[in-house]
Design a protein around this ligand. Structure first.
Ligand SMILES: Nc1c(NC[C@H](O)[C@H](O)[C@H](O)CO)[nH]c(=O)[nH]c1=O
Ligand SMILES: CC(=O)[C@@H](O)COP(=O)(O)O
Length: 164
């Protein structure tokens, strides 16, 4: 797999003990386990805490972030950032493009418009083999990458964002 470097210098950790919400789509169950393993391992290693919410497919992920944002300050839990995990494997129809493009578009919209740290660990692959290479913690570890990206964005928000 091209680009298997761990991108060490790209990642930083927040000063605060961060609490994140992982939203995992389990459309492909075994792959979901692998992505979650990578993400939780990266967060544990960084001393961060997290909750996990499961949804049927990747298209449901962005709305869950909206639900959590709505709940924050209204009796719900506070989250410093979010990790989106899922796998979208191309089938025979246009559905792949809808799920892949729209889930990512909504995550980007939320991240930029609401200024929230999100790590996008939604795989979009041509086949199972590509997905496994990327999902396994011992190989591509895209779940871990998304978690470390979310932590990095929390740290950058700490440095650059509005001081509360
Ligand atoms: N085909 C894949 C999906 N499709 C399901 C949608 O995400 C969604 O759950 C459904 O349209 C109901 O709203 N989801 C994936 O995560 N991966 C796929 O390969
Ligand atoms: C995301 C997909 O493409 C897939 O699971 C749906 O497959 P198909 O396009 O063959 O219905």
């Amino acid at each position: 797999m091209a680009g298997t470097s761990q991108h060490g210098k790209a990642f930083i950790r927040p000063k605060k003990k961060a609490h994140l919400l992982i939203i995992e789509a389990r459309f492909h169950d075994d792959l979901a386990d692998a992505l979650l393993d990578g993400a939780t391992n990266a967060l544990d290693e960084a001393g961060a805490t997290y909750d996990v919410v499961t949804v049927p497919g990747s298209l449901e992920i962005p709305a869950v972030i909206t639900f959590a944002l709505d709940g924050m300050g209204e009796g719900g839990k506070d989250y410093d950032g979010f990790v989106a995990l899922g796998t979208i494997i191309r089938g025979d129809t246009y559905h792949f493009d809808i799920v892949a493009n729209e889930s990512s578009r909504a995550l980007m919209d939320l991240s930029v418009q609401e200024a929230i740290p999100i790590g996008n660990g939604i795989l979009t692959t041509e086949n199972d083999a590509q997905a496994w290479t990327r999902a396994k913690r011992t190989e591509g570890d895209k779940g871990g990458f998304a978690a470390r990206a979310a932590l990095t964005m929390i740290a950058l928000k700490e440095q650059l964002g509005a001081q509360s």
